[in-house]
Design a protein around this ligand. Structure first.
Ligand code: KIV
Length: 263
């Protein structure tokens, strides 16, 4: 069973932390069967499941539904629930209440985006026993502020702010931080400066762990493929081939045959 202390121990033992997203029970079981023991129910589901262009319209209800599916199926994995846009920004009370709702449906941890602006939320949640994962760099809920999905931290000022944000999150009690789309050297410097683990996505090889969106990793989602994605399978191509064969066989009377029929 993966736990928060176990997760943190991996940094001290220099064992890589492997994280993928999942949004339903079927893929949760497959992910666990593959030996991956940290699952993020990411608000990326707004894009890869709901077909939206960004994550901003994802609601608490959407996230609670998918977290319930994943947590209900997970046997060993640490389930991290992503807090959607507007569920933690308004004030500390609302943020704590919403974070607690994720624990009530089975998540062990919540993740939220931002640095200094959210440290009071992180502090309050941690004080009340809710472990929090931070998320810095190209934070998708701020896509309009960045003017698109762009690498963050290339300029010295921004790199310094990201380093300060990472330290502030650690001081506020965050148990780990996702670093998304930042230069390799900056991710390395942040990872070395912190005692808590970093989990990279588009942040190079020096983070304590890596995370990928499951449908990107499996080659199911190809509408937008960032440079940092490596498809380890081509399931969209396989699905297309299977569906076209099925259609053709029904059209030509080749399916169902005797062996797929009852007598
Ligand atoms: O929503 C998500 O899936 C994420 C990961 C990409 C880190 O935040």
């Amino acid at each position: 069973m993966m736990t928060v202390p176990e997760f943190q121990k991996r940094k001290r033992e220099r064992k890589k932390i492997i994280v993928v997203t999942a949004y339903d029970a079927l893929f949760t079981r497959i992910v666990e069967e593959a030996g991956i023991d940290v699952i993020l129910v990411g608000d990326s589901l707004g894009v890869v499941v709901q077909g939206k262009k960004d994550t901003l319209s994802v609601t608490m209800e959407d996230m609670l539904y998918h977290t319930r599916l994943v947590a209900g199926a997970a046997q060993r994995a640490l389930v991290i629930a992503d807090m959607p846009f507007l569920s933690y920004q308004v004030n500390v009370d609302e943020a704590v209440r919403n974070a607690g709702r994720f624990l009530q449906v089975g998540a062990a941890v919540v993740k939220l985006e931002g640095g200094a602006a959210v440290t009071d939320r992180v502090e309050a949640m941690t004080r009340f026993g809710i472990p929090v994962m931070g998320h810095l760099g190209m934070t998708p809920q701020s896509v309009h502020r960045y003017g698109g999905y762009k690498v963050q931290g290339k300029e010295r000022d921004r790199a310094e702010t990201l380093m300060a944000d990472a330290k502030a999150l650690e001081s506020a009690g965050a148990f780990a931080i996702v670093l998304e789309a930042i230069p390799t050297n900056l991710a390395k410097a942040i990872t070395e400066a912190l005692t808590i683990p970093t989990v990279g996505i588009g942040a190079g090889p020096h983070c304590d762990g890596q995370v990928l969106v499951l449908y990107d990793l499996l080659g199911l989602f190809d509408e937008f493929v960032p440079k940092f994605v490596k498809p380890y399978a081509h399931l969209k191509a396989d699905a297309l081939q299977a569906l076209r064969r099925y259609k053709e066989e029904v059209e030509h009377g080749k399916f169902p045959t005797d062996s797929e029929s009852y007598h």
